[in-house]
Design a protein around this ligand. Structure first.
Ligand SMILES: Nc1ncnc2c1ncn2[C@@H]1O[C@H](COP(=O)(O)OP(=O)(O)O)[C@@H](O)[C@H]1O
Ligand SMILES: [Mg+2]
Length: 336
């Protein structure tokens, strides 16, 4: 069912001592693929561990596939596949035994676990390398082994913490394609924490954006992008004059040479742009709706929250200090 909810939380908070890592999160995650985004330290890994019952919430409640995160962690972990952020593998083991072992930890009988380990390693592209020791593996192969461990019991929900982090282009492409196939062909759900916008955009339809432990935005990527619509124009002669005229009319213009993008905040925008061009004698060669990327959306949300950020990369490299923290209501936050 399209709107089936698989994860819900109510006022979920987590403190590490006095440090607040998650604050009053009210989340509603549906079947399908959801990206958990946010800068370093936003609380992504803490959130995942809390909903898996691996760490106790300080306050609030939640369910995963109908199970209570406070009391039914073991049931949750047996029904989902968890791919942790950091190395959870034994370097001395060969891949097949590592994956088989993770099945046995879930209570599978050794024969079934071994059969499934072969199938899982094949699925993640390590069929040929399954008898090699993990210490000889590249980062990409280790990530693939972690995914094989997570899917050994064919779970309906896979929770992956930074699955494509640190991978080279080929391994990253393979990981992303595997996750896409798992959702599209396998009809499974994926919740992936990531700071790589492109990967999230390829795999996921929905996002949850955390910042400093708070919810900054949640919803369908397509819907969230509507807050950031722009018209792009390519101008031949008189670009500077046109830019000045549009700004004078109160339009929000971003310009790079002959290409300008104007915030699409009124139905009359295109005719207003054409009127300005006619007045100053500028030639518009192309005009179209600009398709924002998730990266653009992220920057707009951050700006709306009161942060000055140039690129998401900046933000992830240098976590910024809180000024204004609550997102506007229409973006899923608590502020008006
Ligand atoms: N075990 C821990 N003890 C104390 N503080 C922690 C612990 N784990 C995480 N934190 C802190 O909680 C915040 C959220 O961390 P984390 O969930 O790892 O964020 P993310 O995965 O988004 O990078 C950070 O400020 C981090 O330093
Ligand atoms: Mg993390």
């Amino acid at each position: 069912m399209e709107h089936e909810r698989i994860i819900q939380t109510q006022n979920l908070s987590k403190f590490y001592g006095p440090h607040m890592a998650l604050e009053n999160l009210n989340l509603d995650i549906k079947k399908g693929a959801t990206g958990l985004l946010g800068p370093n330290g936003a609380g992504k890994s803490t959130f995942l561990k809390t909903i898996l019952g691996l760490i106790q919430a300080t306050s609030g409640d939640g369910t995963v596939l109908g199970h209570d995160i406070r009391t039914e962690g073991a049931a949750i972990r047996s029904r989902i596949g968890y791919m942790p952020e950091y190395d959870a593998l034994n370097p001395e083991m060969d891949a097949i035994n590592q994956v088989r072992y993770s099945g046995e930890l879930l209570g599978m009988n050794p024969i079934v676990a071994l059969q499934r380990a072969h199938a899982s390693l094949q699925y993640v592209g390590l069929g040929e390398q399954r008898y090699r020791e993990i210490k000889s593996f590249s980062t990409g192969m280790k990530q693939a082994t972690k995914l094989a461990c997570a899917i050994i019991h064919d779970p309906e929900l896979i929770i992956a913490d930074e699955p494509s982090n640190g991978l080279d282009a080929t391994a990253r492409e393979f990981m992303i394609t595997t996750l896409i196939n798992t959702v599209k062909q396998g009809d499974r759900s994926v919740l992936m924490a990531s700071h790589l916008m492109d990967d999230v955009e390829r795999v996921c339809d929905d996002i949850v954006l955390l910042h400093k432990g708070k919810l900054a935005a949640q919803g369908r990527i397509e819907d969230l992008k509507a807050i950031d619509r722009e018209i792009e124009i390519h101008v031949w002669g008189g670009a500077s004059k046109l830019e000045a005229a549009m700004i004078q009319q109160g339009m929000k213009v971003r310009r790079e040479g002959r290409v300008m993008r104007i915030a699409h905040d009124s139905d009359e925008l295109t005719s207003n742009i054409l009127r300005c061009a006619a007045k100053v004698g500028a030639q518009i060669r192309r005009m179209h709706e600009y398709e924002a990327s998730l990266e653009d959306l992220f920057l707009v949300i951050m700006e709306n929250l009161g942060y000055e950020v140039k690129t998401s990369e900046d933000l992830f490299k240098h976590p910024i200090h809180a000024r204004k923290v609550d997102a506007p209501g229409h973006m899923g936050g608590g502020a008006s």
